[in-house]
Design a protein. Structure first.
Ligand SMILES: [Zn+2]
Length: 507
C-alpha cells in the first residue's frame, strides 16, 4: 500500500497545527505512541511562491535519528499536493530538497498557489525525541542565481548537435533548455571551411549538409543565443576531412607552409605560425567571417603545437631578424644558449600576439561590435612558455575581449587553484573558463563537479563559463545541471547523472 494513501487512516500523532506560518523555525515533540510504526504529520500555512525555485532549503535537527526511517515534505496547492521525500545524512544538517522530483497527488494549481506545507516523519521506533525544523526558504536554480552570466557551449562538430543544417533549430532549442547564452561551433580550419568561403577551400560536406555557419547563425538569432564562429587557426582540418583536402595538404607541404619539429620532422597537420602565407590567409578568413554578421569570433589553436616547433627554414630566417644575429647551430643554439632561448620565447609569443593585434584591427574595421575570444592553455606562465600564448598581454593590449582557459581538470580543488593563479595574472572579468565535461572520466559525479567548478569561478569573480562539448550524449548531464539548485547538498535530486565514458579528446 502506498504510504500517501494511508495518511488519513493511520493513527498518527498530529502534534500541532500551529497557526504560525511555516517560514518560521519550530521544534516538534515526538512522544511514545500506541503504534510503534506510525506516520507523523505536522501541517502549517505556507504561501511562499516556489514557481521559480529549484529547491527549498531548511536547517533540520533530529534528537534521535534512529527513531525514523524517512521524512517527507508536501505542499498543498488547489485541489492537490506536491510531495517529496528527504533523508538527512546526519542528526543535524542543512537540507536542500529538489522540487523537480515532486510526486503529484490530486490536481495541484501550481507552485505559485501554495496554501499549506506538511512535514511527514515515518517512525521506526517508539521513543521520545524531538525534531527541529528551520525556516523553509526557496532556492533558485543554479543558473538563475547569477543573472547576466555568460554560458558558452562549444560544438566541435560544425553543424552542432545534429548532423546537418536542418537540425540547427533543434540545436538552439536544446541550448536554451540547458541554459546556454552563447554558442560556438568550429567552422574554419587552416585549410578548410564549413561555410561558403572565398578565403578557404569550402568543404564538400557543405553541399551535402548545408552551410553550418549560416544555418546556426540564423537559428541562434531567432532563439536569442549569441553565435560565435570558431576558427581552428593553425590546424589543417578535422581528422574526418583529411581526405577532402589531400591536395591542399600536399601543396602546403611542398610550399613549406607546415610546421617543422626540433628534429626536422614536417607536421602533417600543423601550419607554421610565422609563415607569411599562413598569416595572410588567417587574416583573410577572420575578415571574411567578420563580414557575415556573427556575434563573435573565437580563436582556437592560436598557438604553437608545443615547445618543439616550429623550426622550419623560414622560422630560422625570421628569428634571426628578430634577434638581430645569426644562429650558427640551428636549431640547437636556441636551447643551449640562454640569451637566445629567452629571445626565442619572446619571438614565439610575439608571433601569436602580433597576429591577434592585426586581426583585432581588421575585425573592428569591419564590425566593431564583434566579440573576440580565444581558447588558451590554463595558467598564464605555462601557456606562454609551452605554446606561446601570452594571454595576459592579449587582454591588456585589447586584442581579445576575453580568454577561455581550457581548464579541463576534473578536480574542483585543482580547478579553483589554477583559476586563482590566472586571476592574479589578468583581469578576472575577462577570464571565462571552459569546463571540460567531455574530457572527464565518468565517475558518475560530472554534474556535481560542474556545480563545484561553477561555484569556484563565481567566487573568483568570473562573469561566465563555457562547457566543452555540446553534444547529444552529454545532454542528460547538461540538462541536470540546468535544473539543479543553487545550494549544494541537494537531497533527492539525481546529481549523479551518468554520461558516456571518455572518448579520444578531439581538441
Ligand atoms: Zn616555421
Amino acid at each position: 500500500m502506498r504510504r500517501s494513501a494511508r495518511r488519513l487512516s493511520m493513527a498518527a500523532f498530529l502534534v500541532s497545527a500551529a497557526l504560525c506560518d511555516a517560514s518560521s523555525a519550530r521544534t516538534l515533540q515526538v512522544r511514545p505512541g500506541r503504534e510503534p510504526q506510525s506516520r507523523l504529520t505536522w501541517t502549517y500555512p505556507f504561501t511562499v511562491d516556489l514557481s521559480k525555485a529549484a529547491a527549498v532549503a531548511f536547517d533540520f535537527r533530529v534528537g534521535d535519528l534512529s527513531e525514523f526511517s524517512d521524512f517527507g515534505l508536501s505542499f498543498e496547492s488547489g485541489g492537490g499536493w506536491y510531495s517529496l521525500r528527504f533523508s538527512p545524512d546526519c542528526a543535524k544538517t542543512r537540507m536542500c530538497v529538489n522540487l523537480g522530483h515532486a510526486r503529484i497527488e490530486g490536481s495541484p494549481a501550481g507552485w505559485n498557489s501554495l496554501t499549506r506545507m506538511r512535514l511527514t516523519a515515518w517512525r521506526c521506533g517508539n521513543g521520545s525525541t524531538e525534531i527541529e525544523m528551520g525556516e523553509v526558504t526557496p532556492v533558485p536554480r543554479l543558473l538563475d542565481a547569477a543573472p547576466g552570466e555568460r554560458r558558452t557551449a562549444y560544438s566541435h562538430y560544425s553543424w552542432g548537435l545534429t548532423r546537418d543544417a536542418h537540425g540547427a533549430a533543434n540545436t538552439v532549442r536544446e541550448l536554451k533548455a540547458c541554459g546556454f547564452t552563447d554558442y560556438c561551433t568550429a567552422v574554419a580550419y587552416a585549410d578548410v571551411a564549413f561555410y561558403r568561403s572565398k578565403a578557404l577551400r569550402t568543404s564538400p560536406q557543405v553541399d551535402e549538409k548545408g552551410d553550418a555557419l549560416a544555418a546556426l547563425l540564423r537559428e541562434c538569432r531567432r532563439g536569442g543565443v549569441k553565435y560565435h564562429a570558431w576558427i581552428v587557426s593553425f590546424l589543417a582540418s578535422p581528422p574526418s576531412s583529411r581526405k577532402d583536402i589531400a591536395d591542399e595538404l600536399k601543396r602546403a607541404t611542398d610550399e613549406g607552409l607546415m610546421a617543422v619539429s626540433f628534429d626536422g620532422k614536417v607536421s602533417g597537420e600543423w601550419h607554421c605560425p610565422t609563415h607569411p602565407v599562413n598569416r595572410s590567409r588567417f587574416m583573410d578568413v577572420v575578415a571574411e567571417i567578420a563580414g557575415l554578421g556573427v556575434d563573435g569570433i573565437h580563436y582556437d589553436y592560436i598557438r604553437y603545437p608545443n615547445e618543439g616547433a616550429c623550426f622550419c627554414a623560414g622560422c630560422r630566417e625570421r628569428f634571426e631578424a628578430f634577434a638581430g644575429r645569426r644562429v650558427d647551430n640551428w636549431p640547437k643554439d636556441v636551447r643551449s644558449d640562454a640569451r637566445l632561448a629567452q629571445k626565442w620565447k619572446s619571438f614565439r609569443c610575439d608571433t601569436i600576439t602580433s597576429l591577434l593585434k592585426n586581426a583585432a584591427a581588421r575585425v573592428r574595421g569591419v564590425d566593431n561590435g564583434i566579440e573576440l575570444t580565444a581558447s588558451v592553455f590554463p595558467a598564464a606562465g605555462n601557456a606562454a612558455w609551452h605554446v606561446a600564448q601570452d594571454w595576459p598581454e592579449w587582454i591588456s593590449a585589447g586584442c581579445v575581449d576575453a580568454v577561455h582557459p581550457m581548464s579541463y581538470t576534473q578536480s574542483v580543488e585543482m580547478f579553483g587553484g589554477v583559476l586563482r593563479k590566472e586571476a592574479a595574472a589578468a583581469d578576472v572579468k575577462r577570464i571565462v573558463p571552459t569546463l571540460g565535461l567531455r574530457c572527464w572520466q565518468d565517475d558518475g559525479r560530472g554534474v556535481e563537479r560542474m556545480r563545484g567548478q561553477i561555484a569556484e569561478l563565481r567566487a573568483a569573480g568570473c562573469t561566465g563559463f563555457g562547457v566543452f562539448n555540446f553534444e547529444q550524449d552529454l545532454l542528460p548531464a547538461l540538462r541536470a545541471l540546468a535544473a539543479s539548485a543553487a545550494e549544494p547538498g541537494v537531497s533527492g535530486s539525481r546529481l549523479r547523472c551518468p554520461y558516456p565514458a571518455r572518448r579520444k579528446p578531439v581538441r
